[in-house]
Design a protein around this ligand. Structure first.
Ligand SMILES: Cc1cc2nc3c(=O)[nH]c(=O)nc-3n(C[C@H](O)[C@H](O)[C@H](O)COP(=O)(O)O)c2cc1C
Length: 324
């Protein structure tokens, strides 16, 4: 997820058992990679394997060049984004807009697959519009072009993030495909996971928004899927420790003003997960968002978590976290 699944976030999700994480999407125009924003999106060789990056773009040649650069930088699996519905991406005929142009899809995929030795995967939606759900056609092209796995968000581009994802189309794609298919969209509960796996027979599940401020969901889901039993929830102390360590890592990962800015999003996500009281959350966030330095921000966040209702009073783990 662009703006969220940066290196610190991927690491914390992996630590709870996420089998594969992917970088935030990178524009295929590599001249943009030097910018402060893009440079923090690049994969580095010390990240847990397999290292997977995602690119988005519209020109087969430029996409192939970006793939080569990714390979040079230690990427081990490259994902191509044809699922993003954002206007600024679709207006350039990239992301999910490409699903309107099957021939262009074929050109891009063959060009990228032949440019590098890496396994290339693809992310799509069910189609461009509800009247034109052509995931089956695109999946066929993908397989013929040498794509090794395909993930599908169960909404069309037209739907954006509205309504509920559907899994019929994903099921149909799975039935016709030889490559692994990964289902995505609105997988929130353990029961959702079981239902979707059974109904679609897919090979894997991709979790997005539910992981925000809740990276331990991977542990819970893996446990449920392998034992059919609900795992005891992660203790509040461990949730707090995870959140604080994650925010500290963000502070170390980014430079200057970005440190406090990026951390804010994740702080809000953790508070969303840990506090059910909207008014409490609003007050806390207002206060934390006034923090100007990473130190001040982390202090305020720690104090806020300690004060949340229903949380145990002693929290030694927090005071041991290294503060920048
Ligand atoms: C803020 C945000 C950023 C996203 N960025 C990306 C992205 O960069 N690449 C991508 O393939 N999907 C991206 N997505 C889509 C998600 O990967 C996923 O397909 C979608 O949220 C549906 O799954 P979910 O219901 O589990 O969240 C993004 C979604 C959100 C909410």
């Amino acid at each position: 997820m662009a703006g969220l699944t940066d290196r610190p976030y991927r690491d914390v999700c992996r630590s709870f058992g996420a089998g594969l994480t992917t970088s935030e999407m990178l524009a295929s125009d590599t001249s943009l990679w030097k910018s402060n924003k893009s440079s923090t999106r690049l994969i580095s060789k010390d990240e847990a394997e397999p290292r997977c990056a995602q690119i988005v773009g519209t020109d087969p040649y430029i996409m192939a060049e970006a793939a080569k650069r990714c390979a040079d930088q230690g990427v081990q699996i490259l994902d191509i984004n044809m699922g993003c519905p954002a206007k600024k991406v679709c207006n350039k005929a990239a992301g999910s807009a490409l699903m309107q142009y099957p021939e262009r899809v074929e050109d891009i995929l063959s060009s990228v697959v032949s440019a590098v030795e890496l396994p290339i995967t693809l992310k799509i939606r069910t189609g461009w519009s509800n009247k034109n759900k052509n995931a089956l056609e695109i999946a066929h092209i993908a397989e013929e072009s040498g794509i090794v796995a395909l993930s599908i968000h169960g909404r069309s581009r037209e739907e954006g993030f509205m309504g509920h994802a559907e899994y019929e189309t994903i099921r149909a794609v799975k039935q016709q495909s030889k490559i692994p298919i990964i289902a995505n969209g609105d997988i929130i509960t353990m029961q959702d996971a079981v239902f979707i796996l059974k109904y679609t027979q897919v090979d894997g599940l991709l979790l997005g928004r539910i992981t925000k401020g809740r990276p331990w969901i991977f542990e819970e889901m893996n446990h449920y899927l392998s034992t059919n039993e609900v795992k005891k929830p992660l203790s509040k102390n461990k949730q707090i420790k995870t959140a604080i360590e994650h925010i500290s890592t963000i502070h170390r990962h980014y430079k200057s003003a970005l440190r406090v800015k990026v951390a804010r999003k994740h702080i809000a996500c953790y508070l969303n997960t840990m506090s059910t009281q909207l008014t409490v959350r609003k007050d806390i966030l207002r206060d934390i968002f006034t923090a100007k330095t990473p130190f001040e921000q982390l202090e305020k966040f720690s104090q806020a978590l300690k004060g949340l209702p229903n949380f145990p009073k002693t929290r030694d783990s927090i005071t041991k976290v290294v503060i920048l």
